[in-house]
Design a protein around this ligand. Structure first.
Ligand code: NI
Length: 145
């Protein structure tokens, strides 16, 4: 495992769209491991692959209930709205208010290639939206109200 450099601010890669992972090979497993280590090292609650310079649909999240790894995540359901204060490891020291759903359901693959469903409210719902946005080159700073 290794800590990777987190891309920040106006690094162009943060604006690019990530590609689907076609095959979960050793490179992807190492990426997942490194992303988790990088996220924990930076005291973050989530990290998306473009933030470490890789344009692949890979996300890690830990909002305090354990590590969640998502490959090719897709938001399939949302409910409600909530104003929440958000931050991002790519914008150190900044925060902003964003409107996010109260409830989010995501479909993805786990590292074994199995289809999983993750649903959550509160911080987890926010993280699921925030990190899947990253895969589309969308940043929370675009959505600050
Ligand atoms: Ni972020």
């Amino acid at each position: 495992m290794a800590i990777r450099e987190i891309r920040v601010e106006d690094d162009e890669i943060l604006r690019k769209k990530s590609r689907d992972v076609k095959e979960i090979n050793e490179k992807i497993i190492t990426l997942l491991d490194d992303m988790a280590e990088t996220m924990y090292n930076a005291n973050g609650g989530g990290l998306a692959a473009p933030q470490v310079g890789v344009l692949k649909k890979v996300v890690v999240i830990d909002v305090g209930d354990g590590l969640i790894e998502l490959i090719n995540p897709v938001v399939i359901e949302t409910k409600g709205e909530k104003v929440i204060e958000e931050a991002c490891l790519s914008f150190p020291g900044k925060m902003g208010k964003v409107i996010r759903p109260r409830y989010v359901k995501v479909e993805a693959l786990n590292r074994d290639g199995e289809k999983i469903t993750v649903e959550g409210e509160g911080l987890l719902a926010v993280a699921l939206c925030h990190e899947t946005d990253h895969l589309n080159g969308v940043l929370y700073v675009d959505k600050v109200i």
